[in-house]
Design a protein around this ligand. Sequence first.
Ligand code: NAP
Length: 246
Amino acid sequence: MDLKDKVAIVTGGSRGIGKKTVELFSALGAHVYFTYNSRRDEAAEIAEKTGSVAIQCDQKDKDCILNIVDSTFDKKKRIDILVNNAGITDDQFFAIADITQWYKVLEVNLNGTIYWSKSVCKPMILSGGGAIVNVASVSGLVGIPGQTNYSTSKGAILAFTRSLAAELASKNVRVNSVVPGFIETDMTEKMPRDIKKQNLGKIALKRFGKPEEVAKVIAFLASDDSSYITGQKIVVDGGLTATTIF
Ligand code: NAP
């Protein structure tokens, strides 16, 4: 895969899947601008190591998102890739969940993805085309107790991907999703041990995935190697959703 001289924006690049994506994109020759929310030191270290640019920007801050897109386009005269990766969980059973927990997850995961995508549309079209890669989740494909908020955000991202792909295809902008299963990051680290064990038993490959295994698929969908793929999803879950549990 080659991303030489591509201008890429990656959201949530300070940890986990986003961090590995920033590292891989940089190694493949892209000019990477990535966001973080709270982990300034981690972000600065990644930027230093990879030659990328770290920018603090909360997914909920529409003005900040638009400013980053505008200033990147002003500086580089193009935007080729957007990876909508930043995301959170806040699990709770629906019947007892506080509704603010619900809105927070929707705001960061779904609305954040929408603000970023809306902001890059015109610059990408003016660049002659581009690729948007949305990071969804198996939780958007199957029901998982305690994750109605997260599932809703990720299922909506999959639907958003398809319709946006249909709208932007004529402008040479491709839009796809990556659908990770259980991946070894801070997000899964906080899962209770017994739940982790239960989930492990359901994965055909009998292990959690590594963030770099997701980053490679993101890079494929962002690169010209996937030039005839749009509106699709690639599931990276070790066989979790493809195999039965019997
Ligand atoms: P992670 O290790 O928890 O990292 C989350 C990243 O998102 C961090 O860079 C964080 O920034 C950023 N972020 C969080 N809230 C933000 C906000 N309000 N504004 C801006 N950035 C924010 O997560 P991960 O496991 O790598 O997950 C990455 C993506 O993959 C998410 O969309 C997640 O839903 C999806 N996913 C993960 C798994 C999994 O098993 N890990 C499975 C399926 C899907 P700070 O470091 O500054 O806080």
